[in-house]
Design a protein around this ligand. Structure first.
Ligand code: IFG
Length: 526
């Protein structure tokens, strides 16, 4: 009798259990997700994966580096979900409800930064040739989650993401941002924040413009006045500041953990007033100049005839090279209007040799092509096509930073308060609608190392203003550096950017709401 009585309950329980266990995850379309930069290939499979509190991040193999990246991913997902996701290595067979990070041999065109991202209703697998590729794949996985994943406080919701496969790799090896920390100084916490922002869009270089007329920003122990005096002000007369070598090493490490290479720039022989004000002996007349807090360029030059000038440069490059794991040191070379060309050329030749002597490769703004640049030296094109062509004729690789496309200090339009306009107004379309491989006739993809977006800070004084000038233009540049030209279409990019705005707002990135896009969310579902 009792069995009969409970039989119904047991049957109902089993039915419910059966139904819930084979309840389908919601149908979702991976092609609806906004991915920036646009991946090479996205295949939707129409189902979804649910991230849960007991989802695990599993590392195949015993790579400590990969374990760190697993923890990085867990930390990314924690604030918005509240999930304390376990990260561990495994050698067991694949199980469900897991995110796998797997180093494996992908086709060679994937290179170091390419990845496969495979999402099923059971688990997520990111595969790559290197940990760097896994890290780039994690940035894409981040964007497959709803924008709310970027919130810093727990969101009371389920976390389903669309299933499918993403095959992706960059078209250029060098995809950079430059931050001018000389005209206005930005403390290391701000630089780290900028690193986090550019890492989201798969940039892999941050070029720090560390010295100029208005400020010297990196401690050089053998020439201490450079920072104690030369770093004591900035454009407009504020108190300036500088990075101790410990600060700089912290920035380098933070960037390295995000697979971003720091490239330090010591601009010379021009743009050197901060050094000339700090040491009289660096001036041809032996008299120190006054600190400069204006916005003019081209009025300063190191004394290229003096021996001590090269001792100074050797000391600076030696100390900088010792704390810079990346392969490059940028020597500037731009706007040396106060250096005779017959002095400029031998100066650049000597400085190039000093960089090489300290085990690094030189990069210089495109004026350096008038010197005997070596094939290992890279030319950063910012405005004179003939210089870029001359660089290629000397077998140098080119970094493209066309000022009328990539200079993030250019005003968006005539009513933009911040920024300059000497290269013209640069709204989102002008920043996006160009292809590196056809920008300069005579310069093809094989000559191009990559592209870089400089943000000069004569008029930019804090991170909110940095964000306003950099975003969203730098997102377009990130796509230009990563995505094949054939996949880039302005109208498609516009739609993705419009939908992406919700994510930028959740991240509190102070982006410029260009009038070229109808930002209201009514049409854009996300
Ligand atoms: N040109 C100068 C920068 C800066 C910039 C502002 C280069 C290479 C104008 N040099 O661009 O120092 O002043 O837009």
């Amino acid at each position: 009798m009792i069995l009969k009585k409970y039989l119904n309950t047991i049957v109902i329980f089993l039915l419910v259990a059966l139904l819930t266990s084979c309840k389908e995850n919601p149908k979702m379309n991976l092609l609806d997700e906004v991915l920036l930069p646009k991946p090479v290939l996205v295949k939707a499979t129409g189902s979804s994966f649910e991230l849960k509190n007991n989802t695990k991040i599993l590392i195949k193999g015993d790579s400590e580096e990969l374990l760190q990246i697993g923890k990085y991913l867990a930390n990314l997902l924690k604030p918005a979900t509240g999930f304390k996701i376990e990260v561990k290595t495994t050698s067991k067979k694949t199980i469900s409800n897991s995110i796998y990070l797997v180093l494996t041999k992908l086709e060679s065109n994937y290179g170091e930064e390419g990845y496969h991202l495979n999402i099923t209703d059971k688990n997520i697998i990111i595969k790559a040739n290197s940990v760097k590729g896994i890290f780039r794949g994690i940035q894409t996985l981040r964007q497959v989650f709803p924008s709310e994943i970027e919130a810093l406080n727990p969101q009371n919701r389920k976390w389903f993401i669309a299933s499918g496969e993403i095959y992706d790799y960059p078209q250029f090896k060098y995809r950079g941002a430059m931050l001018d920390v000389s005209r206005h100084f930005f403390k290391k916490e701000d630089v780290k924040k900028y690193i986090d922002m550019i890492a989201m869009y798969k940039l892999n270089v941050l070029h720090l413009h560390l010295s100029d007329d208005q400020g010297w920003r990196i401690e050089i122990k053998s020439w201490p006045n450079l920072t104690t005096y030369g770093g004591s002000t900035q454009v407009g007369g504020g108190k300036g500041g500088f990075y101790t070598q410990e600060d700089y090493k912290e920035i380098v490490k933070y960037a390295q953990e995000r697979y971003i290479t720091i490239i330090p720039e010591i601009d010379m022989p021009g743009h050197t007033n901060a050094a000339l004000a700090s040491y009289p002996e660096l001036n041809c007349d032996g008299k120190a100049t006054k600190l400069y807090t204006g916005m003019k360029v081209g009025f300063s030059t190191l004394c290229t005839h003096k021996k001590i000038t090269y001792q100074f440069i050797d000391d600076v490059i030696r100390e900088l090279a010792a704390i810079t794991p990346g392969p490059y040191i940028h020597i500037g070379g731009d706007e040396s209007h106060s250096t005779k060309i017959e002095d400029y050329v031998p100066f650049i030749n000597k400085v190039q040799d000093l960089v090489i002597a300290h085990g690094k490769q030189a990069i210089g703004w495109d004026e350096i092509v008038s010197a005997a640049i070596k094939p290992t030296t890279t030319v950063q094109y910012w405005g004179r096509p003939k210089n870029a062509l001359k660089g290629v004729s000397k077998n140098a690789k080119i970094i493209l930073s066309p000022s009328d496309r990539t200079y993030l200090d250019m005003k968006y339009d005539s009513i933009t308060k911040l920024g300059l306009k000497w290269a013209g107004y640069v709204d989102l379309d002008k920043a996006y609608n160009w292809n590196p491989s056809t920008l300069i006739s005579g310069i093809t993809k094989k000559d191009i190392l990559g592209i870089e977006s400089p943000l000069w800070t004569e008029t930019v004084t804090n991170m909110e203003e940095v964000e306003f000038m950099a975003f969203p233009r730098i997102i377009g540049h990130a796509e230009i550096g990563w995505t094949p030209d054939s996949l880039r279409v302005w109208d498609d990019y516009k739609m993705r950017l419009k939908k992406h705005a919700k994510r930028l707002k959740i991240m509190k990135i102070n982006f410029y709401p260009s009038t070229l896009i109808d930002w209201n969310e009514s049409e854009s579902k996300e």
